[in-house]
Design a protein around this ligand. Structure first.
Ligand code: SF4
Length: 370
């Protein structure tokens, strides 16, 4: 069996951000303990299915807010992961963290365990913007977290958000350059998107900015500072790309753990039960947490592969694509893209990718393929 990627979802957030509809809850200490115990049982269940400990080449702990778990709960979680998963020599372990709940005790524990990268939900280096987003940290706290993580020797990634109400290009540049100079080796930048089902989904705030200029500026500025854009929202110093995300973009198999986690296995997408209560209940009965699955036919799989690969600067490897999905589908995708302006696409004999300009209008291009 090829090494797997594992996604572990931690379904707790201290407060719900008004734009987010991701499954998470505040969670009591008892609920968090029950969650940690259930993860151990879910891992055991998977070991039985595989007949051995699965070998993993990436593990991503996301959420929610993984730093909502206490150091003691993290200790138990790590024991379970160590017991039930087999690591390669160079397994990448990434953890998402929020500055307000991240402690040096978390960092020390993660370092001992072998965590390689920490992705910090910074969002902005302006306190007024953080307040507007209803985030619970300050710019000073975010920079403290980066500094401490770097001292522990982690690769640090920072998330930033553009398109906020009243966010001028100058303000955006302040956050961007502040993070670049903090010493992070990876940045993920996102346009604020208000999800259906979130608090703001019902009543969006006024004054949101069209983020086109902010994004375009970031593409230029980050390249100047030695961060190459390897995906639509991701910029990294050489060798600091996130391998776990690359596994998603190239349709590698992913094992999901925890409520609401999604997985993928050779053309079958599957997902765990959504809520913590259902999850704990199923696991306590020694049942699978998987609630549903979708088998993708070859065409759907190929089209998704194309869209995911076009997220990346590498783009679609034409010979790999045609071997897996056939010339006919590749030609059909090319014909879907025939009206896309030439300067949005980069096509040579071996690959098809989006240019920087193409990345700025990627949603419109993808919608032609799916
Ligand atoms: S944006 Fe992140 S921290 Fe905020 S509610 Fe959603 S998952 Fe939690």
């Amino acid at each position: 069996m090829d090494p797997l990627s594992v996604y572990l979802h931690v379904p707790f957030c201290s407060v719900k951000c008004p734009y987010c509809a991701f499954y998470s809850q505040r969670g009591t200490d008892d609920e968090k303990d029950a969650y940690v115990r259930s993860i151990e049982k879910e891992l055991r269940w998977w070991d039985r299915q595989y007949g051995e400990k699965p070998l993993i080449h990436t593990l991503y702990v996301g959420g929610g807010t993984p730093t909502c778990l206490s150091v003691l709960q993290w200790q138990r979680l790590i024991e379970s992961l160590v017991t039930h998963l087999e690591r390669c020599l160079d397994t990448e372990i990434s953890i998402e963290a929020n500055p307000e709940s991240l402690s040096v005790e978390h960092m020390a524990l993660w370092k001992d365990w072998g965590v390689t990268r920490v992705s910090l939900g910074i969002q902005s280096l302006w306190d007024d913007e953080l307040l507007w987003l209803k985030r619970h940290h300050t710019a000073t706290r975010a920079l403290w977290a980066v500094d401490q993580l770097l001292k522990y020797g982690f690769n640090v990634s920072g998330d930033l958000m553009f398109g906020l109400a009243g966010q001028s290009l100058k303000k955006w540049h302040h956050s961007l350059s502040g993070l670049v100079h903090s010493g992070v080796s990876h940045l993920s930048i996102y346009q604020l998107s208000i999800e259906e089902g979130s608090v703001w989904g019902k009543m969006p705030p006024s004054g949101l900015q069209n983020g086109y200029g902010h994004y375009r500026w970031s593409q230029w500025y980050l390249e100047e500072k030695g961060f190459s854009q390897y995906e639509i929202a991701s910029f990294a110093k050489p060798g600091c790309e996130c391998r776990h995300n690359q596994a998603y973009w190239f349709q590698k198999n992913v094992l999901p753990l925890g409520p609401s986690a999604w997985g993928y296995n050779d053309g079958v997408r599957f997902w765990n039960v959504r809520t913590l209560a259902e999850y704990v209940d199923r696991i306590s009965q020694d049942k699978s947490a998987v609630e549903g699955k979708e088998c993708l036919d070859l065409e759907k799989r190929g089209r998704e592969f194309a869209v995911l690969a076009l997220r990346t600067s590498q783009g679609i490897d034409i010979s790999l694509f045609t071997q897996r999905f056939g010339d006919k589908l590749f030609n059909s995708i090319l014909s879907d893209l025939q009206n896309v302006p030439e300067d949005c696409l980069l096509m040579n004999g071996t690959s098809l990718a989006l240019s920087r300009k193409g990345m700025r209008v990627a949603n419109a291009i993808w919608s032609l393929i799916i």
